[in-house]
Design a protein around this ligand. Sequence first.
Ligand code: NAP
Length: 305
Amino acid sequence: MSSVVYNRVALIGLGLIASSMYWAMKRGGLVGEVTGYARSDETRETARRIGLCDRVCDTALEAVEDADLVVLCVPVGAMGKVMEEIGPALKPGATVSDVGSVKRHVIEAVSPHIAEGVHFVPAHPLAGTEHSGPESGFAELFDNRWNLLVPVEGSDPAAVARLRQLWEGMGANVDEMEADHHDLVLAVTSHAPHLIAYTMVGVADDLRRVTDSEVIKYSAAGFRDFTRIAASDPTMWRDVFLTNKDATLEILGRFTEELFALQRAIRTGDGEHLHDYFTRTRAIRRGIIEAGQDTAAPDFGRGQS
Ligand code: NAP
């Protein structure tokens, strides 16, 4: 049984996350009318063609008019500017949320433009793919994935509870987290791994001794999973690293130390160190599977290839 959580929702930015939200909200019968806005004519035209949003508007101001919930679905570095533009147009009692991958920066950029009587409840769905744009979304993206709500000082508990209800209706599990802690956790679980994947793919590209065709042909041996991550949207990830600088640098510092330790173990033939280390990391993988956050199928369920 579903019920309408918000009568009017406005999605600002119409890429992977916004389009998945639209399909998931409609699937759950959670909303009345959904308006959408994207900055380019091309994206707005695509959205109209595929029926993404009940109404696609030519300006952000038009899209947010009379909205009960406005969700900022643009790259982290663009959130402040977008909020500055729409801030004065929001009705009292409306809630502003976002889906940005970094929280402290978004809170600092958006908060100054939140008018009296408007609620701000930042959020981050821990779900995504390497695809972007309005045609990449699908209703199941958030099913059984976590969404972290990051209430700011003074966030209205009723507004937080309502947003939680929306995300749960879209299939997500919801937790609350403090902004700095969120940024550190995500630096470990997402941001540093992406940087490492980008680096590994870059190294293979530079290494002319291994020909391109060999890299592609034998990629199932591990490299393929790096290439999937390294295909993620360049604008989004540039913004993530520029705005979650401290936490990412801290994790990368630790990563480099561990990498050097493993490098030394290989050089000195310290098999015990390597074996102990890999035993510990294997247990982490098991924990992720037991928590239902990935498949235990061989080769991530890809089957024979
Ligand atoms: P996306 O598919 O690339 O879509 C981004 C949207 O933002 C597009 O509609 C784009 O407009 C608009 N946009 C880009 N730059 C802009 C700017 N400077 N000013 C105004 N609008 C701009 O991105 P996404 O994957 O949905 O990501 C959106 C947000 O979700 C990001 O903050 C990201 O950190 C977060 N997030 C992403 C993932 C993921 O895996 N992808 C997961 C969780 C959270 P045009 O199409 O008109 O260019």
